[in-house]
Design a protein around this ligand. Structure first.
Ligand SMILES: [Zn+2]
Length: 213
Protein backbone atom coordinates (compact mmCIF):
# COMPACT_ATOMS: atom_id res chain seq x y z
CA UNK A 1 0.00 0.00 0.00
CA UNK A 2 2.81 2.43 0.71
CA UNK A 3 4.87 2.53 -2.43
CA UNK A 4 4.69 6.24 -2.98
CA UNK A 5 5.51 7.60 0.43
CA UNK A 6 8.80 6.30 1.64
CA UNK A 7 9.83 9.15 3.81
CA UNK A 8 9.59 9.73 7.52
CA UNK A 9 7.50 11.25 10.23
CA UNK A 10 4.12 12.54 11.18
CA UNK A 11 3.19 16.17 11.23
CA UNK A 12 0.05 18.20 11.41
CA UNK A 13 -0.97 20.66 8.80
CA UNK A 14 -3.77 23.09 9.41
CA UNK A 15 -5.61 24.88 6.72
CA UNK A 16 -7.57 27.60 8.36
CA UNK A 17 -5.22 28.87 10.96
CA UNK A 18 -1.55 28.87 10.13
CA UNK A 19 0.01 25.48 9.62
CA UNK A 20 1.36 23.63 12.60
CA UNK A 21 4.27 21.34 11.96
CA UNK A 22 4.45 18.96 14.85
CA UNK A 23 7.12 16.32 14.38
CA UNK A 24 6.13 13.31 16.38
CA UNK A 25 8.67 10.67 15.55
CA UNK A 26 11.27 9.87 12.96
CA UNK A 27 10.45 6.31 11.95
CA UNK A 28 12.78 5.81 9.03
CA UNK A 29 15.16 3.51 10.85
CA UNK A 30 12.52 1.32 12.42
CA UNK A 31 10.42 0.59 9.33
CA UNK A 32 6.81 0.45 8.22
CA UNK A 33 5.33 -1.44 11.15
CA UNK A 34 6.66 1.15 13.52
CA UNK A 35 5.35 3.91 11.24
CA UNK A 36 1.89 2.37 11.42
CA UNK A 37 2.08 2.15 15.21
CA UNK A 38 3.16 5.78 15.38
CA UNK A 39 0.36 7.11 13.22
CA UNK A 40 -2.26 5.15 15.16
CA UNK A 41 -0.87 6.41 18.45
CA UNK A 42 -0.76 9.95 17.09
CA UNK A 43 -4.34 9.61 15.92
CA UNK A 44 -5.51 8.55 19.38
CA UNK A 45 -3.59 11.44 20.86
CA UNK A 46 -5.40 13.84 18.53
CA UNK A 47 -8.80 12.43 19.44
CA UNK A 48 -7.97 12.87 23.11
CA UNK A 49 -6.61 16.39 22.73
CA UNK A 50 -9.26 17.73 20.38
CA UNK A 51 -12.44 16.75 22.20
CA UNK A 52 -13.23 13.29 20.84
CA UNK A 53 -15.01 12.06 17.73
CA UNK A 54 -18.38 13.42 16.65
CA UNK A 55 -20.41 10.30 15.82
CA UNK A 56 -23.54 12.15 14.67
CA UNK A 57 -24.87 10.16 11.71
CA UNK A 58 -26.05 13.08 9.58
CA UNK A 59 -22.78 14.98 10.01
CA UNK A 60 -20.69 11.93 9.19
CA UNK A 61 -22.83 11.09 6.17
CA UNK A 62 -22.36 14.63 4.90
CA UNK A 63 -18.60 14.32 5.30
CA UNK A 64 -18.52 10.91 3.65
CA UNK A 65 -20.65 11.96 0.67
CA UNK A 66 -18.58 15.08 0.12
CA UNK A 67 -15.26 13.24 0.26
CA UNK A 68 -16.23 10.23 -1.83
CA UNK A 69 -15.74 11.86 -5.26
CA UNK A 70 -12.37 13.24 -4.15
CA UNK A 71 -11.15 9.86 -2.91
CA UNK A 72 -12.54 7.72 -5.72
CA UNK A 73 -9.63 8.26 -8.08
CA UNK A 74 -6.58 7.01 -6.27
CA UNK A 75 -4.13 8.11 -8.90
CA UNK A 76 -1.78 9.96 -6.63
CA UNK A 77 -1.49 7.66 -3.66
CA UNK A 78 -2.54 4.21 -2.53
CA UNK A 79 -2.87 5.43 1.02
CA UNK A 80 -5.91 4.56 3.04
CA UNK A 81 -7.36 7.97 3.97
CA UNK A 82 -9.61 8.18 7.01
CA UNK A 83 -11.78 11.26 7.61
CA UNK A 84 -12.61 12.09 11.21
CA UNK A 85 -15.11 14.60 12.56
CA UNK A 86 -13.95 16.14 15.83
CA UNK A 87 -16.20 17.39 18.64
CA UNK A 88 -14.48 20.75 18.65
CA UNK A 89 -15.99 24.19 18.11
CA UNK A 90 -12.84 25.74 16.69
CA UNK A 91 -12.89 26.27 12.94
CA UNK A 92 -10.21 23.93 11.73
CA UNK A 93 -9.11 21.06 9.54
CA UNK A 94 -5.76 19.32 9.44
CA UNK A 95 -4.13 16.09 8.45
CA UNK A 96 -1.81 13.51 9.88
CA UNK A 97 0.45 11.43 7.65
CA UNK A 98 3.73 9.58 7.64
CA UNK A 99 5.29 6.82 5.58
CA UNK A 100 2.73 4.27 6.73
CA UNK A 101 -0.15 3.33 4.42
CA UNK A 102 -2.62 5.38 6.43
CA UNK A 103 -3.40 9.07 6.73
CA UNK A 104 -6.01 10.92 8.76
CA UNK A 105 -7.84 14.12 7.92
CA UNK A 106 -9.65 15.85 10.76
CA UNK A 107 -12.56 18.26 10.41
CA UNK A 108 -14.00 20.08 13.40
CA UNK A 109 -17.67 20.64 14.17
CA UNK A 110 -16.80 24.33 14.14
CA UNK A 111 -15.65 24.02 10.53
CA UNK A 112 -18.87 22.26 9.46
CA UNK A 113 -20.90 25.12 10.92
CA UNK A 114 -18.58 27.78 9.51
CA UNK A 115 -18.56 26.79 5.85
CA UNK A 116 -21.50 27.75 3.67
CA UNK A 117 -21.94 24.55 1.65
CA UNK A 118 -20.53 21.16 0.73
CA UNK A 119 -18.51 22.61 -2.15
CA UNK A 120 -16.48 24.50 0.44
CA UNK A 121 -16.17 21.39 2.58
CA UNK A 122 -14.78 19.63 -0.50
CA UNK A 123 -12.32 22.50 -0.96
CA UNK A 124 -11.05 22.05 2.61
CA UNK A 125 -10.72 18.30 2.09
CA UNK A 126 -8.96 18.72 -1.25
CA UNK A 127 -6.38 21.03 0.33
CA UNK A 128 -5.55 18.49 3.05
CA UNK A 129 -5.52 15.61 0.55
CA UNK A 130 -3.08 17.60 -1.55
CA UNK A 131 -0.73 17.97 1.43
CA UNK A 132 -0.87 14.19 1.90
CA UNK A 133 -0.41 13.38 -1.81
CA UNK A 134 2.52 15.79 -2.07
CA UNK A 135 4.23 14.21 0.97
CA UNK A 136 4.37 17.57 2.71
CA UNK A 137 4.12 16.04 6.16
CA UNK A 138 7.27 14.12 5.47
CA UNK A 139 9.12 17.04 3.95
CA UNK A 140 8.48 19.13 7.03
CA UNK A 141 10.57 16.80 9.12
CA UNK A 142 13.60 17.78 7.11
CA UNK A 143 13.33 21.42 7.99
CA UNK A 144 10.63 24.02 8.21
CA UNK A 145 11.56 27.45 7.02
CA UNK A 146 9.13 30.24 6.28
CA UNK A 147 9.87 29.89 2.57
CA UNK A 148 9.20 26.17 2.80
CA UNK A 149 5.78 26.67 4.42
CA UNK A 150 4.80 29.14 1.74
CA UNK A 151 5.85 26.81 -1.06
CA UNK A 152 3.88 23.94 0.45
CA UNK A 153 0.72 25.99 0.85
CA UNK A 154 0.89 27.19 -2.76
CA UNK A 155 1.54 23.65 -4.00
CA UNK A 156 -1.32 22.21 -1.95
CA UNK A 157 -3.72 24.90 -3.13
CA UNK A 158 -2.81 24.27 -6.77
CA UNK A 159 -3.24 20.52 -6.55
CA UNK A 160 -6.48 20.97 -4.59
CA UNK A 161 -8.03 22.82 -7.54
CA UNK A 162 -7.13 19.96 -9.87
CA UNK A 163 -8.58 17.43 -7.41
CA UNK A 164 -11.78 19.44 -7.01
CA UNK A 165 -12.37 19.83 -10.73
CA UNK A 166 -11.57 16.17 -11.39
CA UNK A 167 -14.11 15.18 -8.73
CA UNK A 168 -16.79 17.35 -10.32
CA UNK A 169 -16.64 20.21 -7.85
CA UNK A 170 -16.41 23.89 -8.70
CA UNK A 171 -12.90 25.29 -8.29
CA UNK A 172 -14.39 28.64 -7.35
CA UNK A 173 -15.46 27.09 -4.04
CA UNK A 174 -11.81 27.26 -2.99
CA UNK A 175 -11.77 31.02 -3.53
CA UNK A 176 -15.06 31.49 -1.68
CA UNK A 177 -13.61 29.44 1.17
CA UNK A 178 -10.47 31.56 1.30
CA UNK A 179 -12.58 34.74 1.43
CA UNK A 180 -14.51 33.30 4.36
CA UNK A 181 -11.26 32.41 6.11
CA UNK A 182 -9.97 35.91 5.50
CA UNK A 183 -12.95 37.31 7.40
CA UNK A 184 -12.41 34.83 10.22
CA UNK A 185 -8.72 35.69 10.48
CA UNK A 186 -9.34 39.41 10.97
CA UNK A 187 -10.56 38.52 14.46
CA UNK A 188 -7.71 36.20 15.35
CA UNK A 189 -4.18 36.58 16.54
CA UNK A 190 -2.20 34.25 14.32
CA UNK A 191 1.10 32.79 15.42
CA UNK A 192 3.94 32.92 12.88
CA UNK A 193 1.65 34.65 10.41
CA UNK A 194 4.63 35.92 8.42
CA UNK A 195 5.66 32.33 7.65
CA UNK A 196 2.56 31.66 5.56
CA UNK A 197 1.10 33.16 2.41
CA UNK A 198 -1.62 35.74 2.74
CA UNK A 199 -5.12 34.98 1.56
CA UNK A 200 -4.61 37.39 -1.34
CA UNK A 201 -1.46 35.51 -2.40
CA UNK A 202 -3.25 32.17 -2.15
CA UNK A 203 -6.14 33.41 -4.27
CA UNK A 204 -3.75 34.85 -6.86
CA UNK A 205 -1.95 31.47 -6.94
CA UNK A 206 -5.05 29.45 -7.84
CA UNK A 207 -7.12 31.89 -9.89
CA UNK A 208 -5.39 31.07 -13.21
CA UNK A 209 -6.12 27.37 -12.69
CA UNK A 210 -9.80 28.00 -12.10
CA UNK A 211 -10.40 30.37 -14.99
CA UNK A 212 -8.49 27.98 -17.26
CA UNK A 213 -11.04 25.24 -16.63
ZN1 LIG B 1 -2.19 23.82 4.09
Amino acid sequence: MIQLLRNVGVVLSLILLTACAKNLQNTSILGDEFATAIIEASHLEQIGQQGGINLNKADNLRLENTLRPLLSSKVLSSKNIVAILLKNDQVNAYSLSNQSNKAYIYFTDGLLKFIENDQQLAAVAAHELAHIYLSHHLQRLQGSSAKFNRVQEFEADKLSIKLLIKAGYNGNAAIKLLRLVERLQTNLVIVNKQDYPTIEQRIANITPLITAN
